[in-house]
Design a protein around this ligand. Sequence first.
Ligand code: SF4
Length: 374
Amino acid sequence: MSRPVGVYVHLPFCASKCAYCDFPSYAGQERLREAYTQTLCAEIAERAARTGPLRVDTVFLGGGTPSLMAPGQLARILETLRAHYEVLPDAEITCEANPGTLERALLDTLAARGVNRLSLGAQSAHEDELRLLGRIHTWEQVAQSVSLARAAGFDNINLDLMSALPGQDWPGLRASLQAALSLKPAHLSCYSLILEEGTPLYERHARGLLRLPDEDTERQLYWNTVLLLEAAGYPRYEISNHCRPGYECRHNLNCWNYHDYLGFGLSAAGLLRGRRRKNPAGLRAYLDREPPFEEALSAADERFEMLMLALRTCRGLDEAAFASRFGLSPQEAWPQALPKHLDGGLLKREGGFLRLTDRGFDLMDRALVDFLPD
Ligand code: SF4
């Protein structure tokens, strides 16, 4: 029997567009939520007819702001998934939510449909940073959302934070991390801000109106975060992800371990039996059922993707799993690049796993470029 797959569902509606966001998300389009739900459910049914029966061990409702959907719409999406695929009884089912959009009725609906993990976009405990980022909520609303979620029975809660914000120093970031820890989440993600072209923050930076931490400061903030969270009982298990033991995000781990997954909704990508599939990115294009982009990956592409994703994790690449999948060892796949980076100190080999060293985490892109397929 083949291994279970993950499912990602993209829900692109947002209350307003954050100043740093270049994700496929739309503000002011809530009137299209029903049409979107119908299109999404139709996509699931049609795709299931083509993939055949599959077992599902993780579901991730991401966005956008899934908590902006009506409870009944989310319920129909989850029911449609269960009607067409075998969602396993112990599946991890995550829903992203934004403070300021979370209500008890929605949480009760999610819990009743088997959602057992919540991921809250908290970003910062400082009101001026939240305003700069264009977030719609305060820190008080983050704390209220956590309480509301706990009261509805959720104990597996992730908080997303951001680092390397304009003007941010370590005392400022430390205060956000400590405020987040005081809410006792099971999982904490802390991503460095990357300014994406076309976003308001990018434009302000281009006009010289924002000062970003330089590269050395950004790295210092990163490693200070790792040390603080590890000391607080939240070891890092992926570049930007920390949790209490046993609360790793199974959905993301499956992706980093290069397991197959299906993607539904606009811009959602999937990988199944060596074929990559990506839905159109525009809301209108998706609602009009424009066809997805599909491609078969070459063996060299797959080998590179498996390495690149595994190296994001602290566990690293399982050399035996790689060899059994591809019929050759990493050493045979990369006879020059591998010794170069083992000798150069960006990679290390431990207990059958290939891992980045601390320096390798800082210079990951520089290392990976040597492993790219010709
Ligand atoms: S809530 Fe998330 S997806 Fe929506 S605009 Fe903000 S960053 Fe983008």
